[in-house]
Design a protein around this ligand. Structure first.
Ligand SMILES: NC(=O)C1=CN([C@@H]2O[C@H](COP(=O)(O)OP(=O)(O)OC[C@H]3O[C@@H](n4cnc5c(N)ncnc54)[C@H](O)[C@@H]3O)[C@@H](O)[C@H]2O)C=CC1
Ligand SMILES: O=C(O)C1=N[C@H](C(=O)O)C[C@H](O)C1
Length: 269
């Protein structure tokens, strides 16, 4: 029993953190060995199970990342960019697999994560669900099959608390569509039109973000031409799809060579 991989959940009180705690404790392939929150958070010092309103789980919420990661074979991290960059270095020092779900990372953040991945396994994806990762493969294929007569627009919707836009998933889908077209997304990205924008530029990929209510995460990739439209759609209705993917990544990463991987690697897509 005790040789099962030990998992630490960062941001344990968060929307994803709580689902991850439930997913890990329900699994017979791993054990929960730590729960981390930011210094000053009310839950620090409490048992994670009772803090979540259930039975005690025998794991006390800590704000000490170094001590907590020392117990881990994997760290599952859905927090915020500054925390995730710091955790990448600390997880690598602890030689723990670092599964990163955090979105809104800058190119500089990703470069720092790349450096940490020289020493440890990091699996990072803006969306950990099987459905979205499959959709990226489809978006790339459709974009490759169609020319720029088909305007590509990506529309995403999330809950009112989300702080970054476009979503990490929208950017994954945009990267996939751009790769299908053989272009760099940075050269064709057109985010959040407003005002007298001028006519749409041929070949651009547009991004639009809706924020409201408790929407878990909806994504449409629209290919619009004269006379017809194709829409590829994913709708998440339960955050457990992300948590299951993250746990799969944490287990997949055990005994893997150091490197910066994504969910396509994990899922073999
Ligand atoms: N890749 C994927 O499949 C998914 C990614 N996400 C992303 O995950 C992130 C978190 O999303 P939510 O859970 O909805 O947010 P949330 O705001 O509910 O949770 C974030 C948690 O991280 C904690 N935190 C922040 N800084 C910390 C630090 N230095 N140390 C320890 N804990 C810290 C916060 O206190 C909070 O409890 C976002 O970037 C979101 O876009 C969310 C769902 C799926
Ligand atoms: O913040 C969220 O909630 C989500 N974030 C991810 C993203 O930015 O795409 C994944 C999912 O859509 C939920």
């Amino acid at each position: 029993m005790t040789d099962l991989p030990g998992i630490v959940i960062t941001g344990a009180s968060g929307r994803m953190g709580q689902i991850l705690v439930q997913t890990v404790t329900a699994s017979d392939a791993c054990r929960l060995v730590g729960a981390l929150e930011r210094p000053g958070h009310d839950w620090v010092g409490q048992d994670i199970g009772t803090a979540m309103g259930g039975a005690a789980l025998g794991v006390t919420v800590s704000d000490d990342a170094v001590a907590t990661f020392a117990k881990a074979q994997a760290v599952i991290d859905f927090t915020a960019p500054a925390a995730t960059v710091q955790f990448a270095g600390l997880a690598a020092q602890a030689r723990a697999v670092h599964v990163i779900g955090t979105t809104g990372l800058t190119p500089e953040d990703i470069a720092a994560i790349d450096r940490a991945a020289h020493h440890a396994v990091i699996v990072r994806a803006g969306n950990m669900s099987l459905g979205v990762n499959l959709l990226t493969v489809l978006a790339q294929k459709v974009a490759a099959a169609l020319d720029a007569d088909y305007d590509i627009e990506i529309v995403e919707a999330h809950h009112r608390h989300k702080v970054d836009a476009p979503s990490g998933t929208a950017l994954m889908l945009g990267e996939a569509a751009a790769a299908g077209r053989g272009v760099d997304l940075a050269d064709v990205r057109d985010s959040g039109r407003d005002g007298i924008t001028g006519a749409r530029k041929r070949g651009d990929i547009g991004f639009h973000a809706i924020r409201g209510g408790d929407t878990v995460g909806d994504h449409d990739v629209i290919f619009a031409a004269d006379g017809e439209q194709i829409t590829l759609r994913h709708r998440a209705t339960d955050r457990s799809v992300f948590a299951r993917g993250a746990l799969k990544a944490a287990l997949w990463g055990q005994d893997r060579a150091p490197g910066h991987y994504d969910m396509l690697n994990v899922l073999g897509l």
